[in-house]
Design a protein around this ligand. Structure first.
Ligand code: NAD
Length: 498
C-alpha cells in the first residue's frame, strides 16, 4: 500500500514516524493509502530545515522571490488535472470542483507575485528637526499553517504563498484525511525554484498540532478548521506568545426576497447547498425565503432540481455531487437528519437511504431538504457539513435579516433580490463578514481578503489580500538623525514635537 510521507528539506520521507493513519477512497470506502503521523523528531527536523533555509530566503531580494511564484503558477496550471485527480481521489469532490479548489489557491500564488510592491515600507522626510523616519516589513521567521480536509489545495496555497513571498520559511500541517495534494504542492514549489527547507510539510493530527503550538522556533500560526479547534489553537498559540489567526466553522444563510428570480435562486441554492456535498465553509445550509408564498415557490423550484442531481464518484465526470469524507462524517450527518425529523422539521427530500450500485461502501448521503426548520432545532444550530439544506421561513425582511445577524457564526451570507434598496440595506446592516448579493458563495477574489466574523474567525487579520502580508510580517520603524541635526548637550525631556 502507498505510504504518504512528510516533505522535509526538499524530499518526501516518513522520517522517524512509527504511527500511520488510513486514507480512504470516499467513493468506495476502501483504504487506498496510509499517511505517516509525525513524531516530535519529525517536526524538529522540519523546523531545523526551515531555520537553516530562512535567513538566505529572507535576504533574497523580493523580486527574485516573486519570480519563483511566477514559475509556481505556471507549474500549477500545467499540473492542474493531475492535482485535481489526486484531490478528488482522497476528498471525493467532483473533478471540476477539485480544479476550482486548485485554481482558487493558485490565484493567491498569482497575487503574491506582486509581493515586492506589497512589502514596501513607508518613509517620512523631516518628521522632526533633521529627523527622517521609515518603516519596513520584515518576515516573522518561521510560520506554520494548519489546514482542514475540505480544501486540500486552496487553503494551503492561501497560507504558504503570502508567508513565503514575504520571506518566511513555512511549515504546513495539512489534514490527515487527504494528505497527498499538499506534498505534491511542496514538490512543485521546489521545481519552481524554491530553495529546499523554505517549505516543509509535516503530516499528523492533534499531537503534531500541539507540537507546532508549543515549538519555540515557530513565530506565527495560521489555522483553518472547525470552530472548537480554532478556539483552541487561537488560545494556545497566543498563550505561547505566537502571532495567530484562526478561522472556524460556519452556518451560512441565503435570504430570498419575494421579488427574486426564483429559478436563479433555486439554481444558486443547488450549487451552494449541495456542491462538494455541503462540505464547504461557504456552503449555504439555511435558505430563508421571505413570506410563505416565496417559501412555497422556492421549494417547488428545488424539488425537481434535487431529483435530477447526479450523485456519484469523481471518476464519473458527469457527477455533480460526491460522497462525504469519512464513514464518521456520514453517520454524523445521518444522525443530524434523524434529529431534524424527531424535532419536528418537515423532511421534504430524504437522501438518507441513497445507495449507488458498485459504490455501496462509499460514504454517500443523498441530498436532503428540510422545510419549517426553527432556530431551536439541532439542524439549525449545528454546522452539518453535509448535503442538507434547511428552509427557515421568515415573515418579513427584518426577521430574515436578524437570523444570520444573531447566529453565532458569521462567515458568509447572501441575499437574492431585484431590489437595490433592500440589497444595499442588507449589505450594510447584516452582522456577517462576507456578503453576496445574488451571489451564493461570496468568496472574495485574491486581492481582497477572506474572513468571517464572530465564531467563524479569531484574530484580526484575514486570509490573503494585503491582510496576509501584514500577518506574515513584522513592522520595524527606524528614526534617523544625522550629525547636522543634533544639537550639543544632552536633552532629558521625552522627545516631542513642539
Ligand atoms: P478540523 O477542525 O477537524 O481539522 C482542522 C485541522 O485541525 C486539521 O489539520 C486537523 O488535523 C487538526 N485537528 C483536528 N482535531 C484537532 C485537535 N483536537 N487539536 C488540534 N488540532 C486538531 O476541521 P475539518 O473537519 O478538517 O474541516 C472542516 C471545518 O473547517 C468546518 O468546520 C469548516 O467550516 C471549517 N472551514 C473553515 C474555513 C474558513 O475559512 N473559515 C475554511 C474551510 C473550512
Amino acid at each position: 500500500m502507498r505510504t504518504i510521507g512528510h516533505f522535509i528539506d526538499g524530499v518526501e520521507t516518513t522520517g522517524s514516524s512509527t504511527e500511520f493513519q488510513d486514507v480512504f477512497n470516499p467513493a468506495t470506502g476502501e483504504v487506498q493509502a496510509r499517511v505517516a503521523l509525525a513524531t516530535k523528531a519529525d517536526l524538529d527536523a522540519a523546523v531545523a530545515s526551515a531555520s537553516a533555509a530562512q535567513p538566505a530566503w529572507a535576504a533574497t531580494n523580493p523580486q527574485r522571490r516573486a519570480r519563483v511564484f511566477f514559475n509556481y503558477v505556471a507549474l500549477l496550471n500545467q499540473h492542474m488535472d493531475e492535482l485535481a485527480e489526486l484531490l478528488s481521489a482522497e476528498h471525493g469532490k467532483t473533478f471540476d470542483d477539485a480544479k476550482g479548489d486548485v485554481l482558487r489557491g493558485l490565484e493567491v500564488a498569482e497575487f503574491v507575485a506582486g509581493a515586492p510592491h506589497l512589502l514596501k515600507g513607508a518613509y517620512t522626510e523631516g518628521a522632526g528637526p533633521g529627523i527622517d523616519m521609515y518603516s519596513m516589513r520584515q518576515p516573522v521567521g518561521i510560520g506554520a499553517g494548519i489546514t482542514p480536509f475540505n480544501f486540500p489545495a486552496m487553503i494551503p496555497l492561501w497560507m504558504l504563498s503570502p508567508a513565503i513571498a514575504a520571506g518566511n520559511a513555512f511549515i504546513l500541517k495539512p489534514s490527515e484525511r487527504d494528505p497527498s495534494v499538499p506534498v505534491r504542492l511542496a514538490q512543485l514549489a521546489i521545481e519552481a525554484g524554491l530553495p529546499k527547507g523554505v517549505l516543509n510539510v509535516v503530516q499528523g493530527g492533534k499531537a503534531t498540532v500541539d507540537g507546532i503550538l508549543e515549538h519555540e522556533a515557530i513565530a506565527a500560526v495560521s489555522f483553518v478548521g472547525s470552530t472548537p479547534i480554532a478556539r483552541y489553537v487561537y488560545a494556545t498559540a497566543a498563550a505561547n506568545g505566537k502571532r495567530v489567526q484562526a478561522f472556524g466553522g460556519a452556518k451560512n444563510h441565503m435570504i430570498i426576497m419575494p421579488d427574486a428570480d426564483m429559478e436563479k435562486a433555486a439554481d444558486a441554492l443547488m450549487g451552494s447547498g449541495y456542491g462538494a456535498a455541503g462540505e464547504r465553509c461557504m456552503a449555504v445550509s439555511v435558505a430563508v425565503p421571505v413570506g410563505d408564498a416565496t417559501a412555497d415557490k422556492i421549494i417547488a423550484a428545488l424539488r425537481p432540481r434535487i431529483d435530477a442531481l447526479k450523485v456519484g464518484p469523481a471518476t464519473d465526470r458527469a457527477s455533480e455531487m460526491g460522497p462525504l469524507i469519512t464513514a464518521a462524517a456520514k453517520s454524523r450527518v445521518l444522525g443530524l437528519v434523524d434529529k431534524g425529523v424527531e424535532q419536528g422539521a418537515t423532511l421534504v427530500v430524504d437522501g438518507r437511504d441513497f445507495s449507488l450500485q458498485g459504490y455501496e461502501g462509499g460514504f454517500f448521503v443523498g441530498p436532503c431538504l428540510f422545510d419549517h426548520v426553527t432556530t431551536d432545532m439541532d439542524i439549525y444550530k449545528e454546522e452539518i457539513f453535509g448535503p442538507v439544506l434547511s428552509v427557515v421561513r421568515a415573515k418579513n425582511y427584518e426577521e430574515a435579516l436578524e437570523l444570520p445577524s444573531k447566529n453565532p457564526y458569521g462567515n458568509g451570507v447572501a441575499i437574492f433580490t431585484r431590489d437595490g434598496d433592500a440589497a444595499r440595506d442588507f449589505a450594510a446592516r447584516v452582522n456577517v463578514g462576507m456578503v453576496g448579493v445574488n451571489v451564493p458563495v461570496p468568496v472574495p477574489v485574491a486581492y481582497h481578503s477572506f474572513g468571517g466574523w464572530k465564531a467563524s474567525s479569531f484574530g484580526d487579520l484575514n486570509q490573503y489580500g494585503t491582510d496576509s502580508m501584514q500577518f506574515w510580517t513584522k513592522v520595524k520603524t527606524v528614526t534617523t538623525r544625522w550629525p547636522s541635526g543634533i544639537k550639543d548637550g544632552a536633552e532629558f525631556q521625552f522627545p516631542t514635537m513642539k
